[in-house]
Design a protein around this ligand. Structure first.
Ligand SMILES: *Cc1c(COP(=O)(O)O)cnc(C)c1O
Length: 383
């Protein structure tokens, strides 16, 4: 092993997910693969070629910094979009490399025009409209100035899209807020059209909206978490399940995270295991030490409550997750050896550990666990 653990990326699961998602959104709607955060921990180098094999031609990242990391893996037929942060010194690189980017205030637009003029090229922009998330997105009061600036500089800016982002389509609690955002978005679109700004496309939906609100799909959907095989929340899954049943709910986890046992030890009843006194052996026990800890992205909050798979059986974590190790209870297993496979996330024989079962009830944790997987864990694509 090049590290103390490794990650497998299942090509089969990924293809399944894209096929399913494309069926859900329809052929006329493009899928933009959201690959921020090192492709949600899966690795740019692995996910980009897989996605391109599935016919995906649009990718998005959060920042210019991420764009620089992902760019080398993209083929010429693919388009990269920066959804967020670009510093002034990075903007030139972005525009020169034909990367599209969100314009969410006038200042970005003006800097972009300045660079495009100097280089005699065109900046390709997605105008992010503020519709109620109240994060980034250009406010109504600046529309006219923005439109005017674009009109004056037609040669240097091309409006690829109008877009917005919903305030939590993954929860029914936000239903009215999302509906209102959609109404505003359509109204603003009409306004831009009336002023002669005709975008090539409209996009608003992330995974949740794309899965449950057909009217948000427009020309393109920005799919992050779902392509990696996770439902944004249980609510989204239940909502689809109630409408369409089993077949329409076939996302498969792409990642597996594995390592092996580094040490086995017999401990006596009454001793404390690991740092401090959070776990005391209630009988003579056999424990295995696993070389993965919070330094490797294994959350400390799983102390005394997480599980791993060994010999296809689910075993408990004993004591606290340390920086580099966890200890698990193998008292009830037979013939366990140093070097035996340990599954942290994934399947082993008939059992599995999903990311969501990492303790907390909330699926929001999916995003966090994935994003925290360190870049230096080696990742391999498997069939
Ligand atoms: C992260 C992000 C997405 C993807 O969200 P998922 O819930 O992972 O599908 C889409 N759009 C924007 C603007 C984002 O920041």
């Amino acid at each position: 092993m090049n590290n103390t653990s490794y990650i497998e990326i299942s090509k089969k699961a990924y293809l399944n997910n894209i096929k399913f998602l494309q069926k859900v959104v329809g052929k006329q709607t493009k899928i933009c693969s959201v690959i921020k955060g090192n492709a949600y921990g899966h690795g740019y180098a692995n996910i980009i070629p897989l996605a391109e094999d599935c016919g995906i031609r649009h990718f998005s990242v959060f920042s210019a910094f991420e764009a620089m990391q992902a760019y080398p893996f993209l083929s010429a037929k693919s388009q990269l979009i920066v959804l967020g942060y670009i510093t002034n010194d990075q903007l030139e690189w972005v525009i020169e490399n034909n990367i599209e980017f969100y314009v969410y205030n006038l200042q970005i637009l003006q800097s972009a025009i300045g660079i495009a003029k100097k280089k005699k090229i065109t900046a390709k922009i997605h105008i992010e409209l503020e519709t109620g998330l109240n994060r980034i997105g250009i406010d109504l009061e600046y529309f006219d100035e923005l439109i005017h600036t674009i009109q004056e500089n037609r040669k240097f800016v091309e409006v690829i899209a109008l877009c917005t982002h919903f305030a939590g389509a993954e929860s029914i609690a936000n239903y009215h807020r999302v509906k209102n955002q959609l109404i505003l978005f359509k109204k603003y679109h009409k306004y831009y059209l009336s002023k002669g700004i005709v975008p090539e496309m409209l996009h608003t939906a992330s995974s949740s909206a794309a899965l449950i609100y057909p009217e948000t799909r427009f020309d393109m959907v920005r799919i992050g978490i779902a392509q990696y095989g996770y439902w944004p929340t249980q609510e989204v899954l239940i909502s689809r399940y109630n409408k369409f049943g089993d077949q329409e709910c076939s996302l498969k986890r792409v990642i597996s995270w594995k390592t092996e046992i580094m040490e086995i030890k017999a401990v006596k009843r009454g001793v404390f295991i690991g740092y401090g006194n959070s776990f005391q052996a209630s009988r003579d026990m056999l424990i295995a030490i696993i070389p993965v800890g919070y330094n490797n992205g294994y959350s400390r909050s799983l102390s005394n409550r997480g599980h791993v798979l060994i010999h296809g059986k689910r075993v408990d974590i004993l004591g606290v997750v340390t920086m580099n190790t966890i200890s698990v209870n193998i008292t009830y297993l037979r013939d366990v050896r140093i070097g035996d496979e340990v599954v942290l996330i994934g399947n082993q024989l008939k059992n599995k550990i999903s990311v969501a079962s990492f303790g907390e009830m909330s699926n929001y944790l999916n995003y966090q666990v994935l994003a925290r997987l360190p870049d230096n864990i080696p990742r391999y694509v498997v069939d």
